[in-house]
Design a protein around this ligand. Structure first.
Ligand code: PEP
Ligand code: MG
Length: 581
């Protein structure tokens, strides 16, 4: 058994066999063959070794001619490794005695070699490990055992283990078969994490390098609650996790029975509990779980999930689908938040040194009006179908907000002139996710109809921590007292100016932190659909007075750790079912 620790980003427990993708997304095969096929596997291995030998010799000759002997020797060394007698006796043992397929044996033996070299912590030998993996790749290719699109042709439940997954790759995961995933890189607030939560796939990111030591496994466990990846668990550990998974299932069933009850505290205060979505198809599960509305529709995923740039009609149809299903309930459409870790199409994406501080979100939209206008037209048109509000992301200056509003007005005039039906009194809001916006919030209040606090970015920009970087993940905490002060300031200004305010960042999906937000004065939360039942349960178990006492205590604490420990303690008292043992 091997246990690795990473960052928990999407809750739940998943148990299945591993689908290991290497850096280029190749699948590493795992296969035991019948005894009658063993000879064939030996023959396949010999043929593959011969072919790879020829290719390496060819590369050695060509490289020596063009780049000199020293460079050509890289391939000479690889050839030597390929013919190493120890390697062959290990391969023969695996195929002959353990009946592994040639590909599975190659993958297992060469990964073990590579990891042994890496463990020596000698830079020269670490480079040799790459050579070993290179030989493995070539042999597997010749054995026809690699597939370049492994995530597309799945037919059994798997847990994906990979160096990284982009938000759009994550969005494209086949939920029927991908039961969980773990990546070497990635931070707690990255959009890969957010999409995983949206898809309800247990996930752990930022584990650090672990793929070289894994060549597939029959059984792996992803513990998305505690951030663990367990490879080949013992029977005892497996049983323990099966029980946890069972507890989760029965809790989910119990909470599902309360899904249509209102999110009302014990003293009768009605909280508006809404859902965050990335795709229209999530609307059904929001309704099923009793969401009061859609508090954040991340429309940029329409771009990220298609190779073509969406047209005005594509936007309109997606919005109309959500609005119609929500049947009169409020829907907050956030305009494109592309850039940083959500890269758009070729011509829109550009290399930047600090993408989270660069041309992202509203800045990118305002510089690309051919991108922004069709979206605004579609929002205005779709708004005629229900209770729709529009919201601009990452607003930092008043000028940006005015520019965005002006463009919205111009687009509305175009629609009017063309006689296209649209909603003329569309409420306009802004996300509060940059400290500069909080500082100037009283001015913004005169220019918008509502605020929504994006704690994911607010934490990132307050604490100067890249939300998707695993190296600084410990610093990335929305419960940091500095972040809490900015949230409190925003709530206070919203109250003074009578501007409705909600919190749609991930902070509100944590039941303990949600209670803190209620105590700080928030009455409107928006959370991923998967978090609706737990957050509603927490709300229905407490009074506002209890929440205010929590907030009063928390504002005296000095670190995120102290805050979270205290909040966990309170949640254990107030809603013990929600605290997993
Ligand atoms: C946020 O920043 O809190 C937010 C909700 O927006 P996103 O996570 O999409 O950046
Ligand atoms: Mg944001």
């Amino acid at each position: 058994m091997l246990e690795l620790q990473g960052i928990p980003v999407s809750p739940g427990v998943a148990i299945a066999s591993a689908l290991v993708l290497d850096a280029e997304g190749y699948r590493i095969p795992r296969c035991i063959v019948p005894a009658s096929d063993v000879d064939d596997e030996f023959a396949r291995l010999r043929a593959a070794v011969d072919l790879v030998s020829e290719q390496l010799e060819q590369s050695r000759l060509e490289t020596t001619a063009t780049a000199g002997r020293q460079t050509g020797d890289i391939f000479a060394a690889q050839l030597q490794m390929l013919h190493d007698p120890r390697l062959h006796s290990e391969l023969e043992k695996r195929i002959g005695e353990e009946r592994q397929s040639a590909a599975f044996a190659v993958s297992g033996v060469l990964h073990n070699y590579a990891s042994a070299l890496q463990k020596l912590e000698n830079p020269f030998l670490a480079d040799r490990a790459q050579d070993v993996l290179d030989i493995e790749r070539q042999l597997l290719t010749e054995l026809g055992a690699v597939t370049r699109q492994p995530l597309l042709d799945l037919n059994e439940p798997v847990i994906v283990l990979s160096r990284m997954l982009t938000p759009s790759e994550t969005a494209g995961l086949n939920r029927e078969f991908v039961k969980g995933f773990c990546t070497e890189v990635g931070g707690p607030g990255g959009h890969t994490a957010i999409v995983a939560k949206g898809l309800e796939i247990p996930a752990v990111v930022g584990i650090g390098e672990f793929l070289p030591v894994i060549a597939g496994a029959d059984c792996v466990i992803v513990d998305g609650d505690r951030g663990r990846l367990i490879i080949d668990p013992t029977d005892e550990v497996l049983e323990n996790y099966r029980q946890r998974a069972e507890y989760r299932r029965s809790l989910a069933q119990r909470l599902a029975q309360q899904s249509q009850l209102p999110a009302t505290t014990t003293d009768g205060t009605r909280i508006s509990l809404n859902a965050n979505i990335e795709f229209p198809h999530e609307t059904a599960s929001c309704l099923q779980r009793g969401a009061d509305g859609i508090g954040l529709y991340r429309t940029e995923f329409l771009y990220l999930s298609s190779d073509e740039e969406p047209s005005e009609e594509d936007h309109y149809e997606a919005y109309a689908e959500v609005i119609k299903q929500m049947n009169g309930r409020p829907v907050v459409i956030r305009t494109l938040d592309l850039g940083a870790d959500k890269m758009g199409h070729g011509k829109r994406s550009q290399q930047e040194n600090n993408p989270f501080l660069g041309l992202r979100s509203i800045r990118l939209s305002l510089r690309n009006l051919d991108l922004f206008r069709p979206q605004l037209r579609a929002v205005l048109r779709a708004a005629a179908l229900g209770d729709v509000r529009v919201m601009f992301p990452l607003i930092t200056t008043i000028a940006e907000l005015r520019q965005a509003r002006m463009l919205l007005n111009l687009v509305a005039e175009d629609l009017k002139e063309a006689g296209v039906p649209y909603r003329s009194d569309l409420p306009v809001g802004m996300m509060v996710e940059v400290p500069a916006a909080v500082i100037m919030l009283d001015h913004f209040a005169c220019e918008v109809d509502f605020f929504s606090i994006g704690t994911n970015d607010l934490a990132q920009y307050t604490l100067a921590v890249d939300r998707s970087n695993e190296s600084v993940a410990d610093l990335y905490q929305s419960s940091d007292p500095a972040v809490l002060r900015l949230i409190q300031a925003s709530i206070d200004i919203a109250a003074q100016t009578q501007t409705p305010i909600s919190v749609c960042g991930e902070m509100s999906s944590n039941p303990a932190r949600a209670l803190l937000l209620l105590g700080m004065g928030v009455r409107n939360l928006s959370v991923p659909p998967s978090a609706l039942p737990r957050v509603k349960k927490a709300i229905r178990n407490v009074s506002i007075e209890q929440c205010e006492a929590i907030a009063e205590r928390v504002c005296k604490l000095e670190s995120a750790r102290d805050v979270d420990l205290y909040l966990l303690d309170r949640l254990t008292d107030l809603a013990p079912e929600l605290v997993m043992q």
